[in-house]
Design a binder for this molecule. Structure first.
Ligand SMILES: [Zn+2]
Length: 467
């Protein structure tokens, strides 16, 4: 069985160019080695925004601009964890982003991976305690929100990977981080475990001194206007901020440079023959709560029918497996991908599932169909992600090329398809998914936290998220 490929010559140019291009690794290296973490509020974030804007313009995109917004930026300051009894000892730690300045004391309660049954097992000991949970399994925010719901006073997040140092990740997610949270290395967490196994309760004190300042951030946008249906838009984006303790080379930049590479190749070879408009976007402040994506999605209005699809390429070029596509619960779109795969003469692995934890989410909330390019076959968990060890030397040029070649060719077909089997989801359908979808548990936990504390009592950090 052979399917003719109407894009064969274009595919050859795009794939040939991407597989011989050194552009993405050069850009990634500059973004990491020269600009550092690019965490919101750092000078590196501003320099990265300038450079990405420059690249979008150099690749021939139209309407290239920075879209600025203000938010309450979080600035790391000293954090301490003291063991008070049965011995006195200071244990090295870092605050988790959006931790408030606070001082709390309590006995340690271990809740393993922090799923519901782990908390339920310890529920009598949890009020006024300091909870300690390992990374891995479910997302950090679910563990943290359960700690609030079970009346803990403080939250300790232990890296479950030996040798990767302190682990980080936001605990604010646009509302005031209710109880202080700190990150620990695997080894320091294991020390606390050993201490607690000696039988006596372990009492600890957490002190954090983090600060907030009004801060400006930028999404960077550029387009290739469609020739025949310019009012229909496909969005392709990735965030460019890393965590402040990290270069964020794989998360997010291995995906950011897939976006710039797709922009470069599509503009060079197909710029004058795309039916729909493709909008490339570098989102800011994903790591602290998707602020940039919320800001962009909010501007689309209440019924954003013009945006037909949003691709989130967060970390898309990470090494460690084949590239595939994750559709966010869009079974009707699978035949389109299968047809594209036949034309391209390659298998494309397609999964179905959704989470709240990256930049597609604000678009999903608007009803827009969303998907990601992902690495299939990687072991679960972040590995060195969200630690100081996510550095340029961990990236892989071939993984970035594979993701860019796959993305550019699939999106080329999506931009020129006669019709797209995709519709905006209605509000009721989005609500149903928020209530029922196994991937959206965090939404339900957050609702429970708001109910417990009163959302109006929580300081909000980014206007765009306050809906
Ligand atoms: Zn990311």
């Amino acid at each position: 069985m052979s399917t003719t490929n109407p894009y064969l010559q274009l595919d050859q140019k795009i794939v040939g160019d991407i597989y011989t291009s050194t552009e993405p690794m050069t850009l990634l290296t500059t973004l990491c080695d020269d600009f550092g973490s690019r965490f919101g509020g750092t000078e590196g974030a501003a320099l990265a925004a300038d450079l990405i804007e420059e690249k979008f313009a150099a690749y021939g995109l139209a309407n290239v601009h920075k879209d600025a917004y203000d938010y309450d930026g979080w600035y790391r300051a000293a954090a301490t964890l003291e063991v008070l009894s049965p011995i006195a000892r200071e244990v090295p730690c870092i605050s988790l982003p959006y931790c408030p300045a606070a001082a709390v004391e309590g006995h340690l309660v271990f809740v393993d991976e922090g799923v519901e049954k782990d908390f339920e097992k310890e529920k009598d000991r949890l009020p006024d305690s300091i909870v300690i949970s390992r990374s891995g399994g479910i997302h950090r925010m679910e563990k943290y929100d359960r700690a609030i719901l079970y009346d803990a006073k403080g939250f300790i997040f232990q890296n479950h990977y030996p040798g990767y140092g302190d682990v980080t990740g936001t605990i604010g997610w646009n509302h005031e981080a209710v109880i202080p949270g700190i990150g620990l290395s695997y080894e320091n967490g294991e020390f606390l475990h050993r201490l607690s196994r000696q039988g006596e309760p372990v009492r600890v004190r957490i002190k954090t001194t983090d600060e907030y300042r009004r801060t400006t951030a930028w999404n960077i946008v550029g387009e290739i206007p469609g020739k025949t249906q310019p009012e229909e838009i496909i969005v392709i984006g990735c965030h460019y901020d890393g965590h402040d303790i990290s270069q964020g080379a794989n998360d997010p930049l291995s995906g950011m440079v897939v976006v710039t590479e797709m922009a470069r190749a599509l503009s060079a070879y197909a710029g004058d023959r795309l039916a729909r408009t493709v909008r490339f976007i570098a989102w800011s402040n994903e790591e602290v709560g998707l602020f940039g994506a919320y800001h962009d999605a909010e501007q689309l209005g209440e019924n954003p029918t013009q945006v037909r699809f949003t691709w989130n390429l967060d970390s898309a070029g990470s090494p460690g497996g084949r590239k595939g596509i994750q559709l966010h619960r869009l079974p009707d779109f699978e035949p389109f991908i299968e047809n594209a795969a036949e034309e391209m003469g390659q298998d494309i692995l397609v999964g179905q599932g959704i989470s709240c934890y990256s930049d597609h989410y604000p678009y999903f909330l608007k009803g827009i169909p969303t998907g990601s390019i992902t690495t299939v076959g990687r072991p679960p968990g972040r590995g060195f992600g969200h630690t100081a060890f996510d550095t340029v030397d961990k990236t892989d040029a071939m993984s970035i090329r594979e993701a860019a070649a796959l993305g550019a060719r699939v999106v080329l077909r999506q931009l020129n398809a006669e019709s797209l089997p995709l519709q905006l989801r209605g509000t009721e359908e989005v609500e149903r998914m928020l209530k029922e979808d196994s991937g959206l548990e965090q939404h339900r936990l957050r609702e429970a936290v708001y109910e417990k504390l009163g959302k109006e009592n929580l300081r909000q950090y980014c206007d765009a998220v306050r809906t």
